[in-house]
Design a protein around this ligand. Structure first.
Ligand code: ARG
Length: 462
């Protein structure tokens, strides 16, 4: 059976079909195409295009069609392949399926349904990740860790506080994902581009297919692919956050720094260097998700150059979204598993923090609290640090006398040199969002509550 009937005198060339067919990559829409078709057939029944008996025959044929998974290139894509199967199993009834429906609105409905379902799967994986992060933050809310800026030792923090910063990033990703999938609308009934001259009920399509809204303009209905960009953008954000974490862990577990110790279960050795323990899994995560960021760019390029309304360019979006989904799903699964296998080398952290004057800001703050303007305090502390470096002294040792002799500042301002330990520095950061264990603990409790409420809400509404 020809797809386009009598418009063409010559057959399409082989290379035309092999190059432009999408059946090799769009068959993942199979299930959604069947659901949309069933809903549409229901509409055709309401419009009396088919009768009840026809409807029953179509319903029965689904059983056979569902079992079929061999498609033909000649039928271009999943939609025409399924139509040919409907015709095979229902005869002339199958010829009516195209009434008031185009592949243009169909593909955009199928894909939206697929994206919503996959978006929910990713959202549930992010929730699992958030739970793991909360659990590990709780275990580590007091544990001393090194805070970096410019990848230079900056100030003491706790490992729990560090993990909670990633919790915040992934929480934002979750909320963006939920926002975007909630706003995906139903375009079915837009037909080719201008709508339908049958008395279809588009609200019913939307309701039956469980969309929260529908596209209000049929031209937009067949051409809008913004939702793919939205979802790949969220995938990219998740990717950036996973990649950043991987990068941290690779650096922190480096044997010169060694503030993080990785479980053997997630490390590999070298075929030639017997001493090696490599963080391959984080390197591969960092690398794999690069594909998603590349895909974000690809989808932007596909969308930017199209004239209204539907263009076949859009066909290529499926490869991109499908690949991006597979990569983010697998990577999230692995990422969740690795978090429990990361331990802090507390001794090394403390050593590094003292060696690198990480409490210098606290000392300057101490002077400021004794009425010295911060700029002056800063200058003074930096001079002391210079002195310490020159004389191979550490700021936590008893340097008092040496400093008193050298700097008249203390006498002049009637001020003592403070002893500020790493722990004291951490404890003192009581501002909202700060690293003090009290704050972090409170934050973990609040977020646990928030997450439970979120899960309850999602169970009811999604
Ligand atoms: N396979 C096509 C796609 O994925 C379906 C729509 C084709 N529409 C058309 N008018 N040729 O976009």
């Amino acid at each position: 059976m020809k797809k386009w009937s009598g418009r063409f005198k010559k057959k399409g060339s082989r290379y035309l079909y092999s190059y432009t067919s999408s059946i090799y990559f769009d068959s993942f829409l199979f299930r959604y195409d069947i659901i949309c078709t069933l809903i549409h057939i229901n509409m055709l029944l309401k419009l009396r295009i088919i009768n009840k008996k026809d409807f029953k025959i179509v319903k029965k044929s689904i059983f056979f069609i569902y079992k079929k998974n061999k498609f033909k290139e000649i039928f271009e894509d999943i939609h025409l392949n399924l139509e040919s199967l409907f015709i095979k199993y229902t005869g002339n009834i199958g010829n009516k399926i195209r009434t008031s429906r185009s592949r243009n609105d169909l593909v955009n409905t199928d894909l939206r349904m697929w994206v919503i379902d996959r978006g929910k799967i990713i959202a549930s994986k992010i929730i699992s990740l958030l739970k793991i992060l909360l659990l590990n933050s709780k275990k580590n809310y007091k544990k001393v860790f090194v805070g970096f800026t410019h990848f230079q030792v900056a100030q003491p923090i706790t490992f729990g506080h560090y993990l909670m910063s990633y919790y915040e990033m992934f929480k934002r990703d979750l909320n963006k994902m939920l926002f975007f999938i909630k706003n995906i609308s139903c375009p079915l009934g837009s037909c080719a581009l201008s709508g339908s001259n049958y008395r279809i009920d588009r609200n019913l399509y939307s309701k039956k297919l469980e969309f929260k809204k529908l596209n209000k303009n049929s031209i937009d209905g067949v051409s809008d692919r913004d939702y793919i960009l939205d979802i790949i953008y969220v995938f990219s954000l998740i990717s950036i956050h996973i990649s950043k974490f991987s990068e941290d862990i690779i650096n922190y577990s480096n044997n010169c720094l060694n503030i993080i110790i990785l479980g053997d279960e997630i490390c590999t050795g070298s075929s030639i260097m017997p001493q090696k323990k490599n963080p391959d899994i984080f390197e591969v995560m960092r690398s794999k998700i690069g594909v998603i960021i590349g895909n974000l760019n690809s989808i932007i390029i596909i969308l930017k150059s199209q004239t209204l309304s539907y263009n076949k360019d859009n066909q290529e979006d499926k490869k991109i979204i499908f690949e991006s989904y597979m990569v983010i799903k697998d990577t999230l699964d692995i990422f969740i598993k690795t978090i429990n296998k990361i331990k802090v080398n507390k001794k090394k952290c403390t050593k590094i923090l003292y060696k690198n004057f990480s409490t210098a800001t606290d000392i300057a703050d101490y002077f400021t609290k004794n009425n010295i303007p911060f700029k002056i305090s800063h200058e003074m502390v930096s001079k002391i640090i210079f002195f310490c470096i020159k004389n191979k002294l550490s700021i936590n040792n008893n340097i008092k006398e040496k400093i008193y002799k050298k700097f008249s500042f203390f006498k002049k301002n009637k001020i003592n040199f403070p002893k500020i330990s790493v722990k004291k520095s951490i404890k003192s950061k009581i501002s909202l969002g700060g690293t003090s264990p009290k704050r972090v603990k409170k934050n973990i409790i609040e977020e646990k509550k928030y997450l439970n409420e979120k899960i309850n809400f999602l169970n009811k509404n999604f």
